[in-house]
Design a protein around this ligand. Structure first.
Ligand SMILES: Cc1ncc(COP(=O)(O)O)c(C=O)c1O
Length: 360
């Protein structure tokens, strides 16, 4: 959040974009073929790759959904099966999309509950699926799933693994090799706190091998085309160059604050602050089950939440995120994602306290 803007965004993406990043976007346009764009893409890949620890990292046009679809389209076979673990709206969307590419088996947990290996093991053991897909951070309710232990186990059983890390990358520990993740997706408007427009597709060595062995059914998401272009640090089609300028600046900001670990820590600290606020200042319960708290979203049950959101917007110019899915009409999300300004977050929390406690 920026102290000079009138409207405060406390949403899970797009998140508030720091002025430095907005200004970086306003640079003169460059040609998408040539040395300048190659240096730009190389800088972004070099800056982000350690935060994935994988073989391939591609920048793709569009939002996180495009990047997720690229994972599925380059991993799945129609005649095979994919197991999807879900516990909310983004898990449901992942399952729906996966069903376009393979026979899909969905295992659901009630919203608020988190996936651990203990809960996932039986389904993995009894499934004949060749791949597994799940969401790291279920943004609709603020639940962090233990993707590392689950994917590692699934890989030991011979499965390929796909993780929607859209609202997790940069805010949670993420190491594809250590966690047994073969394909992962994120986007520019989340922990990187940039405008939307750029997706990120990551693949492990096994993911890379799988992708080259398939014929991708979606031309604009074809792994092989991206791989060929990446040899020159280019993209197959015209990329959102202004958003790339923004990401370059965001990576500089992350480096200045001590690197990705420091950025992740800032999310964990803000999450702890938000949980304490919900419990102590509002006297309410954090919705996520203990042990599965989210680093980026803290939610709680609030009947008629739309009225509170309306008041926050009208009185304080504070924009908060809608509720949907199983918690529609009764849920409030405090989002702490991006380059978090703790002073601004505290101001936003004080507004939320006024409005929520006033109505009881
Ligand atoms: C976990 C998760 N998956 C997927 C998406 C979809 O991303 P996008 O809106 O960038 O396509 C979101 C967006 O909030 C998300 O939080």
């Amino acid at each position: 959040m920026d102290s000079e803007v009138l409207i405060m965004l406390l949403t899970p993406g797009p998140v508030a974009v720091p002025k430095r990043i907005l200004q970086a976007q306003a640079r003169e346009m460059i040609y998408h073929r040539g040395a300048e764009v190659e240096a730009l893409i190389k800088g972004i890949v070099d800056g982000m790759l350690p935060g994935f620890n994988c073989e391939d990292l591609f920048l793709i046009s569009g939002s996180g959904t495009n990047a997720i679809e690229m994972c599925l389209a380059n991993c799945c076979k129609k005649e095979e099966k994919i197991l999807v673990f879900s516990n909310g709206e983004f898990g449901n969307r992942l399952a729906e999309m996966a069903s376009l590419y393979s026979t899909m088996q969905q295992e659901k947990l009630p919203v608020g509950k988190g996936w651990s290996l203990e809960r996932a093991k039986a389904a993995i053991d009894s499934s004949d699926a060749q791949a597994l897909a799940m969401v790291y951070n279920e943004t609709s309710t603020g639940v962090g799933n233990r993707v590392g232990e689950i994917c590692k186990y699934a890989k030991s059983k011979g499965m390929l693994t796909i993780v929607d890390a859209v609202s997790a990358w940069g805010a949670y520990e993420f190491d594809m090799q250590k966690m047994g993740i073969d394909f992962a997706a994120t986007a520019s408007q989340k922990a990187l706190a940039c405008p939307p427009g750029l997706g990120f597709f990551a693949a492990s060595k096994a993911g890379q091998e799988r992708a080259v062995s398939l014929k991708c059914p979606v031309d604009i998401l074809d792994y092989r085309k991206f791989k060929k272009s990446m040899e020159k640090f280019q993209t197959p089609w015209t990329p959102p160059i202004s958003t790339m300028f923004a990401v370059q600046e965001s990576l500089k900001m992350i480096a200045e604050k001590g690197g990705l670990d420091a950025h992740i820590k800032s999310h964990m600290e803000a999450a702890a602050l938000a949980r304490e606020f919900v419990e102590k200042e509002l006297g309410r319960e954090v919705f996520a089950e203990k042990g599965f708290y989210s680093n980026t979203i803290t939610g709680f049950i609030l009947e008629g939440a739309d009225d509170y959101r309306k008041k926050l917007r009208e009185r304080h110019n504070l924009v908060t995120a809608r509720d949907f899915g199983d918690v529609k009409g009764k849920f409030f999300r405090i989002c702490h994602l991006g380059h978090i300004d703790v002073a601004q977050l505290k101001v936003a929390l004080s507004y939320i306290k006024d409005v929520v406690n006033e109505q009881g």
